[in-house]
Structure formats: structure tokens, C-alpha cells
Design a protein around this ligand. Structure first.
Ligand code: SF4
Length: 338
């Protein structure tokens, strides 16, 4: 193995887990509490697209109980009580998860984020959004909040292949993502990227290129998911007519372990798999609980005697560096909001 494990790599987990990152940063256990702030999505309401991403059924994103009709403060109390009981956590990050959580007026965003931060046990917020739905005003708002509280901006890329992004009706491009990461970077808040593996037409080698992309961008953490079809989505129909063939568990574990070996240790791992309520999850159904999925990947790294970043290339990929630079130049040259 060319690189010795970095101090951030947990000796048993073989990765820089986000839980450990938070513990190092705050000195205590911190839990994320999901809330539904009642946003919608520009890829559903017609302003960017209609129908949404082919895998999108937002029920699968949220644990039971986070309904938009429930006031934010009530959702927070219920979520914090759950984490206090189950995980003995006393400090929390409020996670604005469902739909596109920067898609609203700056007054609305400010009100929601500040209400979340008002609770004495809340140390920060995490805001999930699309790369094409983050205004300069929203970035300034998050920058201001980050002066006193923890802020994590979660940006969905899902695939770095524009052809796949088109086929899944994502409604944005790789360049949108790179441009937005660059606009948001250096603002004293964290940036998290979301990726999905298992799209039709994507090989394991294709997916691994995204590790090189992440290495070349100012990304602080990452969430990895398998593509799964849930009830009520276009993807579920594609599965039923044989157009979507899900990955096997073995293939997913092998590729994610490869991906982690290529990922810099500075990038904390927030998720290694996606989960959806069993009653609506159609495929794949691997039959593992969340902690079993997590340890299936950790065990694969252990079996290999490898760890996050152990196969990090000495030099970043020239193709990726040139692509990122091209987008930066286009942005600096006045291409406007990407
Ligand atoms: S961007 Fe997110 S909320 Fe919007 S359609 Fe896609 S998956 Fe659903």
C-alpha cells in the first residue's frame, strides 16, 4: 500500500467517518435530526423540469414522522428526543433534507434556519439542495450563519456523466455542480457531495472516476448510495419491465471499497449506502439492516487490509483538473450563475 493511514482514518473502520469527524471537531457525540421544512423542488414544479429524477419518491428520504404539516420545532423536539434516547446524544445538527432546501425567498430561508438554530442544543444546520438552486444570497446567508454555527451544504451530483444525468431527468449538469462547489468554497462552511452508484450504462470504472473528481474539488464530506427503485417512481417501472437491473450486493461493496481507497482521507464519509422503508423498496432488496450494510463495506476494507486513501494517486487526474479549471474560468469570465 503506497500511503500509510492518515491520523483521521479510524483504525477499526478504515475510513474517516463523519461521526468521528464531528467528534474531533466538537469533542462530543453529535447527531443529525432530519426535518421537512415544506420545500418543493424545481425539478418537479416546472421551473427546472417536471416529473423529478426517475428514482425520486421523497417518502424514501425521510424517517416516519417528518411530515411538512408538523411545525419545525415539533419535528426537532421529536427527533432530538429519539437521538437522546437511542444514541445518548445531547447536541444536534438540524438536517433540512426533503426536496430542495434553498428553493425559496431569502427571508423564508433565513427564518427556517434561524428557528432551527434557536434551540440551545442545536450546534448547526445541514442543508440539502441541488447545484442549480443555490443563489448568491443563499450562499451569503449560510456564510453569515457559519460565523457562529456549524453549517454543511449538501449538494446532489449523483453522477458525473452528463448522459446519465439526462437519462435520469436530473435537470442539471456536471458543470453546474462544479460551478456551484466553486462558488460555495472558502466560505467557512462544509460542502458535502451526494453520489449514487448503479445507473444503467454505468460501469464500476465509470463510477470510480468520481473519486478522482471529488479529490480535485474542495469537498469536505460525501454520501454514497446504491441506486434503488422505490414504489411510485419511473425507476420502479423500469425495473418491472427489465430496463433497470440493480447491482448485486457483492458488486456494490467491491466498488465502494475501491472508491474509498481512491478517496482522500480529508473527505469524511457521511453515508456508505442508501436505505428506504421496506414497504416501498422494490429493488434491490439485499436483506441487510443499516449497520450490517455499513459493516459489510468496512469488513471488505479489513479483508483487503486497505483503507480510505490507500490508493490515492500521487498526481490528480489531468483530465479532471482541466475540466474543473475550464468551469472555473467560465465562471470567472462572467458566465453567470451555473
Ligand atoms: S432533485 Fe431531489 S427532490 Fe428534486 S426530483 Fe430530484 S431527487 Fe427529487
Amino acid at each position: 500500500m503506497p500511503n500509510a493511514p492518515d491520523a483521521r482514518i479510524h483504525p477499526q473502520l478504515h475510513i474517516n467517518s463523519y461521526g468521528n469527524y464531528l467528534r474531533r471537531r466538537f469533542g462530543i457525540r453529535v447527531s443529525k435530526v432530519n426535518v421537512d421544512a415544506g420545500f418543493t423542488c424545481p425539478n418537479r414544479d416546472g421551473s427546472k423540469g417536471t416529473g423529478g429524477c426517475i428514482y425520486c419518491n421523497n417518502v424514501s428520504f425521510s424517517p416516519k414522522g417528518t411530515q411538512a404539516v408538523v411545525p419545525l420545532e415539533e419535528q426537532m423536539e421529536a427527533g432530538m428526543a429519539y437521538h437522546r434516547r437511542r444514541l445518548v446524544s445531547n447536541k444536534f445538527i438540524i438536517y433540512f433534507q426533503k426536496y430542495t432546501n434553498t428553493y425559496g425567498s431569502i427571508e423564508l430561508l433565513s427564518d427556517l434556519y434561524q428557528r432551527a438554530l434557536h434551540h440551545p442544543d442545536v450546534i448547526g444546520i445541514s442543508v440539502g439542495t441541488r447545484p442549480d438552486s443555490l443563489s448568491d444570497e443563499a450562499i451569503d446567508l449560510l456564510t453569515e450563519i457559519a460565523q457562529t454555527k456549524y453549517v454543511c451544504l449538501e449538494l446532489g451530483l449523483q453522477s458525473m456523466d452528463d448522459a446519465i444525468l439526462g437519462r435520469i431527468n436530473r435537470g442539471h449538469t456536471l458543470d453546474d455542480f462544479i460551478g456551484t462547489v466553486n462558488r460555495a468554497a472558502g466560505r467557512n462552511f462544509d460542502i458535502c457531495a451526494h453520489l449514487i452508484h448503479g445507473f444503467t450504462g454505468e460501469s464500476s470504472a465509470d463510477f470510480l472516476k468520481a473519486a478522482e473528481l471529488m479529490a480535485g474539488l474542495p469537498i469536505d464530506s460525501i454520501k454514497l448510495h446504491q441506486l434503488h427503485a422505490v414504489e411510485g417512481t419511473v425507476l420502479a417501472e423500469q425495473f418491472r419491465c427489465g430496463e433497470f437491473i440493480p447491482l448485486t450486493l457483492e458488486a456494490y461493496i467491491a466498488t465502494i471499497a475501491d472508491f474509498l481507497e481512491l478517496l482522500p482521507p480529508r473527505i469524511a464519509i457521511q453515508r456508505l449506502y442508501g436505505s428506504a422503508p421496506l414497504e416501498i423498496c422494490i429493488a434491490p432488496r439485499w436483506g441487510l439492516k443499516n449497520n450490517q450494510m455499513w459493516y459489510a463495506i468496512v469488513n471488505e476494507l479489513t479483508r483487503r487490509g486497505s483503507w480510505q486513501g490507500c490508493r490515492l494517486p500521487d498526481e490528480p487526474s489531468t483530465l479532471i483538473v482541466e475540466h474543473v479549471r475550464r468551469v472555473e474560468n467560465a465562471f470567472l469570465g462572467g458566465a453567470g450563475m451555473l
